[in-house]
Ligand binder design. Structure first.
Ligand code: NAD
Length: 502
């Protein structure tokens, strides 16, 4: 086992027995070595956890929302205090460079701050009633138990986007983290429990419980009618399995799934700015972000120049141990990810593409880990492989002649999560943001596809009809709306023109 992990887990307050024994082994993608072992929750364990969460919810819904916000504020404080340790753990368990590991914790802190403010702003409307002597209004109530399923590549932040909002809204949370990042989930839980103690009631810990298991634990959450909302983040394959199960029992689903994000580079683009943004969006987190730039649609007039700049920038990307200073790109999560990447590159070659990079590196130093050079792939057309999300650092480059053609290429893929255009032409920028432009939940101008802020609602890919965790009015997903009518007259007008006087 890694020696540093013991100190980290102790600093984060995770008891040894929680991660020294069990059926699920967490391995570091940095070198393939085991970090710890965790007990696996089966369907029965999930059912019991739902029962505890339901009981916790029944108490929590009576707590005034601003007091609920206080718990989230205290959680934010714990995260501030342990940002470095938790960020480090993210790096060890999923291979992010230090800045990205800590950046993920910063996102948690940001959403806690957002949710604290929100706890005093869960506003409903007052509506003009058509009936005399009546007042009508909306009130928002918590849903109950919220099930959260998360992906390996954001092992702590995605929980917080959901949990911070769900908690101030008055819900309890059950978290099925990725089986590839269970230690992060245990660490977050330990910090949450500290916040509960600081709030003054350790029993509140049942308000958020991790259930660490495989797909069957996620399925048990999806099937349990006591789980009012299932918020699932991961691949479209997973979303396709979860959504019908939840629909079967008329539960609510919030899906944040895969992306096949594109950047359009127009003739007037600032190529220096575009190059930096593209490299960050394509290579950051080793191409393992849902918002990673995977397709580049470049105007023919700037194609050669941009490609030259990108190749030069790619050659300067330092790949290696993610905690070493100066390293920009860490490893892929595992061998399966490496093999999927190589299969995609082979298919791209077969479909007429020219591949630059993409090969395995550092195999001598880390024989059980999977480091690669990021790949730039020039494609003659948007072929089958380009239309698919491969969760690896592959950037397909396509050429376009006029903007309508670029938009058609852009919107042609089934996944529509994040998008960007680089242009200094006002009309092109606004067209891209218009109903005729990008069909994605996130559309940007002169900034890349990745690095979404918590203040805006996140995701919203077109395939699922749009997720929407995190900011803006996403809190409404975690509550139910009631319309209340109050009759302060002595009449009973049932509707316009109808009276029912006995
Ligand atoms: P994954 O779909 O393999 O797993 C995600 C989670 O779903 C895990 O916890 C897994 O155990 C669980 N799961 C798998 N099958 C299930 C089933 N049948 N029922 C219930 N739960 C099930 O994804 P991954 O490899 O961990 O993550 C990468 C994927 O996640 C990419 O496609 C990426 O784009 C996507 N992602 C999306 C967002 C977003 O906000 N849109 C954020 C992060 C990752």
């Amino acid at each position: 086992m890694h020696t540093r992990i013991d100190a980290l887990m102790a600093a984060l307050g995770v008891p040894q027995q929680a991660w020294h024994d069990g059926e699920i082994t967490s391995c570091s993608p940095i070198d393939g070595r085991p970090l710890g072992r965790v007990r696996r929750a089966d369907a029965e364990a999930v059912r019991q956890a739902v029962g505890r969460a339901q009981a916790a919810f029944l108490r929590w819904r009576d707590v005034p929302a601003p007091r609920r916000g206080e718990l989230v504020r205290l959680l934010g404080e714990e995260l501030r205090r342990h940002k470095r340790e938790l960020g480090r753990l993210v790096s060890l368990e999923v291979g992010k460079i230090a800045a990205e590991g800590e950046g993920e914790v910063q996102e948690m802190i940001d959403i806690c701050d957002f949710a604290v403010g929100l706890s005093r702003q869960l506003h409903g409307l007052t509506i003009a009633s058509e009936r005399p002597g009546h007042r009508m209004m909306e009130t928002w109530h918590p849903l109950g138990v919220v099930g959260v399923i998360t992906a390996f590549n954001f092992p702590v932040a995605v929980w917080s986007w959901n949990a911070a909002l769900a908690l101030v809204c008055g819900n309890a949370v059950l978290w099925k983290p990725s089986e590839k990042a269970p230690l992060c989930a245990l660490a977050v839980q330990a910090l949450f429990e500290r916040a509960c103690r600081a709030w003054g009631d350790a029993a509140l810990a049942a308000l958020s419980q991790p259930v660490i298991g495989l797909a069957d634990a996620g399925e048990a959450l999806a099937d349990d009618a006591r789980v009012a909302l299932v918020s699932a983040t991961g691949s479209t394959r997973m979303g396709r399995a979860v959504a019908p199960r939840v629909a079967q029992r008329f539960g609510r689903c919030l899906l944040e799934l895969g992306g096949n994000n594109a950047i359009v580079v127009a003739p007037s683009a600032d190529l220096e700015l575009a190059t930096r943004a593209i490299v960050f969006a394509a290579v950051g987190t080793a191409g393992q972000r849902c918002t990673t730039a995977r397709r580049l649609i470049v105007h023919a007039s700037v194609y050669d120049e941009l490609l030259r700049r990108l190749q030069r920038a790619y050659a300067g990307v330092r790949i290696g141990h993610p905690l070493e200073p100066g390293v920009l790109m860490g490893p892929l999560i595992d061998q399966a990810a490496y093999e999927a990447m190589q299969r995609a590159l082979d298919q791209a070659r077969a479909e007429g593409g020219t591949v630059h990079g993409g090969e395995r590196v550092l195999a001598g130093q880390y024989p059980a880990a999977w480091y690669v050079r990021p790949a730039l792939v020039e494609m003659p057309a948007q072929t089958e492989v380009v239309r698919r999300e491969t969760f690896a650092p592959i950037l397909y480059v396509l050429r376009y002649g006029d903007l309508d053609q670029a938009l058609a290429l852009h919107n042609e893929v089934p996944q529509g999560l994040s998008s960007a255009i680089f242009t200094n032409d006002l009309r092109e920028a606004d067209l891209f943001l218009s109903a005729r432009g990008s069909d994605c939940g996130i559309a940007n101008v002169n900034i890349g596809t990745s690095g979404a802020e918590i203040g805006g609602a996140f995701g919203g890919e077109k395939e699922t009809g749009g997720g929407r965790e995190s900011g803006s009015d996403a809190w409404k997903q975690y509550m139910r709306r009631a319309t209340n009518t109050i009759n302060y007259s002595r009449d009973l007008p049932l509707a316009q023109g109808i009276r029912f006087d006995l």
